[in-house]
Design a protein around this ligand. Sequence first.
Ligand code: 5AD
Ligand code: SF4
Length: 429
Amino acid sequence: MNVHDSEQMVELLGGQGYKTTDDVEKADLIIFNTCSIREKAEQKAYSELGRCRKLKLRKPHLIIGISGCLAQQLGAKFFKRAPYLDLVFGTHNIHRLPEMISHVEAAGSRVVETSFHDSVRSLGILALPRNGSISAYVTVMQGCNNFCTYCVVPYLRGREESRKLQDIVNEVVALADHGIKEVTLLGQNVNSYGETVNGCSGFSTLLKEVGGIEGIKRIRFTTSHPKDLSEDIIRCFAEVDDLCEHIHLPVQSGSDNVIKKMGRYYTSGDYLDKVAELREVCPDISITSDIIVGFPGETEEDFQKTVDLMEKVRFDGLFSFKYSERDGTAAVKFDNKVSEDVKGERLQIVQSLQEKHTLERNRALEGGVEDVLVEGFSKNCRDDVMGRTRSNKIVNFKGSADIAGKTVPVKITKAYLHSLRGELVWAKG
Ligand code: 5AD
Ligand code: SF4
């Protein structure tokens, strides 16, 4: 979501004559797009921002802005923390960036804008792909109404708001015209897409519509909430050819007690049923998830249930986090907080078990042939190209740059933890 917000800012600033640079010393404008979902992300933002202080002393005309969740949360208080800042704007104000920058340029005065708007206009900013990219993000909804007890998102991104189906379709058509082959439909809770749009029967309708757009070969979506993953949506994995066989379905915990206290409204049994349904409809589906360890009150027994659930599901990949207390969320008031040491131990257990499962799932692909959408040269070797399987696994193989943007069959010869090695079978048009 944040990456896409940054792309939209680049697009808007391009209209004002700004160009991107990889060299921070050359920049006339720096915007930090921040996340505050966990404390670690917040600290990272502060330390990056701190580095700009010296830069501003050397280059007084440099404009420094901060956006995203942390900006939304602190607003004008940010100026106290970082007096060299020029601009603070929140998650609902991206569309106003050109106007805010012009104001700073002309008046040299600070701007702060963190108000929420009923209709998030920045949802409709078309961020055209940079040269050569083959994938793009398309926001379909933003905000969240779920208020999981640990999470700041509903407070910082506001309530759920879905874009009109036709606007999304038009945007995907425009991206296809610019050579995009793969779109990822984005939202905090895409499964509840359409609940705020009259006359739209929801996310499965959207998937089918986008699935019919010429030029787009692959569709992905993220993120899903298990309670809103309907049969209709699950069936799309069989019915919409371009929908890739991958779902990110955060479970957060395997303990019913903890899931309940997290305010997630499903049980571990419900989750396992969804996994079974997904695998029945789409046997090769890759399933990834998020898990939080050390939520307040999580006992050894609760934690063991998370491990048991992981053993049952055997995720293809997992993002795991230590519970991080966030101001303003309900869980701040929960007792029986878990110590940092215990959180660390539990995280270690989850991560090493996941490594075993990821490797096992990747190895199951060895010897088979996968359709790989080629993105370009590999990071480490210029004789290799890299692409992704439909299940979203990275594959490196010998090939030349002219197959970038094409889907080619690749035989998987070796599986690693973070990628696969393969050999081109033959090049399709
Ligand atoms: N502490 C730890 N992890 C969190 N997440 C969200 N809020 C917190 C928090 N307070 C994790 C969840 C979510 C992912 C995006 O971040 O697992 O799915
Ligand atoms: Fe946060 Fe829960 Fe909404 Fe996800 S569904 S953004 S975890 S409140």
